[in-house]
Design a protein around this ligand. Structure first.
Ligand SMILES: Nc1ncnc2c1ncn2[C@@H]1O[C@H](COP(=O)(O)OP(=O)(O)O)[C@@H](O)[C@H]1O
Ligand SMILES: [Mg+2]
Length: 468
C-alpha cells in the first residue's frame, strides 16, 4: 500500500469561485481578443429537463448531502459543503445559453474563430534523454520559439492575488511590467520541495513543460529562482478550474463530458507520442480558457518514460491499480485516469471514493468494483469499463491501436477530431470572464502568502535546480 503522505489530495471542498498571449517581456501589446460568444446552437440542448432517473438521482444526492453522517451514499459521496451553494442563477453550463452544449456542436462544428495532495519515488528505467519533441502542427499563430531560461526575474512582474495553492507552493496572477499582460506564476518553496523529496519531479516539471506545445496544454514562458523559491511563468488561463464548474453543476450532461474528455484525449495522445506520462489527471488540473476550451496545467508528475516506471505518485482517487500495487507501470495509467475523470464528470463523484480515506480508496481500487449509475449512457459505460479495468491487456489506450482505440470508441463517434484539435468546435460553456484584463473571478480566494518573494541571502538548495 502506498504511503499516504506521498500523494496529492483530491479536493472535495467547494469553492466560490492563448496563444494570443506573447512572451511576458514582449514590448508589443496586441489588441485583446474578445471572446467569441455569438455562436448559436441549434441541436439538442443539454440543458434539457432532467430525465426521471436524473431527477431521482439528484434528489437522492440532496438527501444524502443534507446529512452530516460520514456514511456516504455510494452514489453521492460528497457532503453538502462539497457543492456550490444553490444559486439563483441557472447551472453554469446554462448561463451561456447562446452557446449551450450540444451534440450538434460535435457533429457539425461551427467555424469558430477562436479558439487533491499528489507524491512519489523515482525509479524510472529510462534515461531522460532531453530529446527535442516533435512539435504539433502550429495553430493559426506563427511559430514561436520560446526561450525559457534565465529570461525573467521577479522585477519583471507585479504579483497579484493567489489563483490556487498546492502541496509545495502557490500560483499567482501576475502582470508583466513590460507588456501589461497577465500571466500565472507558480511559486514553489525550495525547502518544501526538498522536504517532500520532489526535487527530481520539479526539475522534470520544468523540462516537460518547456518541451510541450499543444492547444490543450499550458504554455510555460520561463522560470527563475531566488534564495527561497522557484518561479514558473505560464499563460494565465482565465476560466477557472473544471473542478469548480463540475462542483457547481454537480454533474455534466453526456455531451459536455464528452467534449472535455475528447480534448483531454487529444492532449494525452500528444504527450504519449512523446513518451511523456502525465500522471495527475483530475478536474483540479484542467483549466478553462476564455472560450471554454481546456488547458491542462500542473506537470508536477509528468515524466518522460519510454517504457516502464515505478514511482508512486498521483492523487488517490485517480490512481491505477498497478500504481497502488507498486508494480511497474506505463502510459496506461493515464488512460485509467481518463476513465476516472469521465466517470467523475458524468456522476459528480469518483468511482472508488470512500469517505475521504485514501486507504479505503486504495482498497476499493484494488477490488476494482465500479457501480455505474443508471443515468450513464450505455456507450459511456462501455468506454468506462474498458478504461477502468485492471487488466492491462484489455485497457483501451494500452492496446495495439494505442490512443486511436479510445478515439474510435462509439462514445466518441460524433467527435470530429481534426476540428477539435483546431478548436474549431464551440465549447459547451463559455466562462463569464472579461478577457485580457486579469479577471480572476472564476478562481477561489485563498489566504495570501506572508513571506516576501525575491529574498536574497542564504540559499542552501540553490544547486538542486540548475534549470530554473
Ligand atoms: N496557468 C494557470 N492559470 C490559471 N490558474 C492556474 C494556472 N496554473 C495553475 N493554476 C491554478 O493553481 C492551482 C495549483 O496549480 P498546480 O500547478 O496544479 O499546483 P499543484 O502541483 O500544487 O497542484 C491549479 O489547480 C489552478 O487552480
Ligand atoms: Mg495541481
Amino acid at each position: 500500500m502506498p504511503t499516504l503522505g506521498f500523494l496529492k489530495k483530491k479536493r472535495t471542498k467547494e469553492s466560490t469561485g492563448s496563444k494570443d498571449l506573447d512572451s511576458p517581456t514582449s514590448p508589443t501589446l496586441n489588441s485583446p481578443i474578445a471572446p467569441s460568444l455569438s455562436k448559436t446552437t441549434t441541436g439538442s440542448s443539454l440543458s434539457k429537463t432532467p430525465t426521471a432517473a436524473e431527477s431521482q438521482a439528484a434528489s437522492k444526492n440532496s438527501q444524502a448531502s443534507s446529512t452530516l453522517s460520514k456514511q456516504a451514499d455510494s452514489m453521492n459521496p460528497y457532503p453538502q459543503h462539497a457543492y456550490a451553494t444553490p444559486q439563483a442563477s441557472p447551472e453554469p453550463y446554462q448561463q451561456a445559453s447562446h452557446n449551450v452544449p450540444s451534440i450538434q456542436n460535435l457533429i457539425h462544428p461551427a467555424n469558430s474563430q477562436s479558439s487533491r495532495p499528489s507524491y512519489q519515488s523515482q525509479n524510472s528505467k529510462s534515461a531522460n534523454g532531453g530529446v527535442a519533441p516533435q512539435q504539433q502542427p502550429a495553430q493559426a499563430a506563427p511559430p514561436q520559439v520560446r526561450v525559457t531560461k534565465g529570461k525573467y526575474t521577479l522585477t519583471d512582474f507585479q504579483i497579484q492575488r493567489t489563483l490556487g495553492t498546492g502541496s509545495f507552493g502557490r500560483v499567482h496572477l501576475v502582470q508583466s511590467k513590460h507588456n501589461q499582460r497577465f500571466y500565472a506564476v507558480k511559486v514553489l518553496k525550495k525547502a518544501q520541495v526538498v522536504k517532500m523529496k520532489q526535487v527530481e519531479h520539479t526539475n522534470d516539471e520544468r523540462r516537460m513543460l518547456q518541451q510541450v506545445k499543444h492547444p490543450f496544454l499550458i504554455t510555460l514562458w520561463g522560470t527563475f529562482q531566488d534564495s527561497k523559491n522557484l518561479y514558473m511563468v505560464m499563460d494565465f488561463v482565465e476560466g477557472g478550474e473544471l473542478f469548480s464548474l463540475l462542483r457547481k453543476s454537480q454533474r455534466f450532461p453526456n455531451p459536455v463530458a464528452k467534449f472535455y474528455a475528447a480534448e483531454v484525449t487529444l492532449a494525452l495522445d500528444y504527450l504519449h507520442q512523446q513518451n511523456i506520462i502525465y500522471r495527475d489527471l483530475k478536474p483540479e488540473n484542467l483549466l478553462l480558457d476564455r472560450h471554454g476550451h481546456l488547458k491542462i496545467t500542473d506537470f508536477g508528475f509528468a515524466k518522460e518514460v519510454p517504457d516502464i516506471t515505478w514511482t508512486l505518485c498521483g492523487t488517490p482517487d485517480y490512481l491505477a491499480p498497478e500504481v497502488v500495487a507498486s508494480k511497474g507501470y506505463n502510459k496506461s495509467v493515464d488512460w485509467w485516469s481518463l476513465g476516472i475523470l469521465i466517470f467523475e464528470m458524468l456522476c459528480g463523484f469518483t468511482p472508488f471514493w470512500d469517505g475521504g480515506s485514501p486507504m479505503k480508496i486504495y482498497e476499493n481500487i484494488l477490488k476494482g468494483r465500479v457501480k455505474y449509475p443508471p443515468y450513464i449512457h450505455p456507450d459511456a459505460q462501455d468506454l468506462l469499463q474498458k478504461l477502468i479495468t485492471p487488466d492491462l491487456t484489455k485497457r483501451l489506450g494500452n492496446l495495439h491501436g494505442g490512443s486511436k482505440d479510445v478515439m474510435n470508441h462509439p462514445w466518441f463517434a460524433e467527435v470530429t477530431w481534426e476540428r477539435l484539435q483546431k478548436k474549431d468546435i464551440d465549447a459547451p460553456y463559455v466562462p463569464p470572464v472579461r478577457a485580457g484584463v486579469g479577471d480572476a473571478s472564476q478562481f477561489d480566494k485563498y489566504p495570501e502568502e506572508t513571506e516576501a518573494y525575491g529574498q536574497t541571502g542564504d540559499d542552501p538548495h540553490g544547486g538542486l535546480f540548475p534549470d530554473f
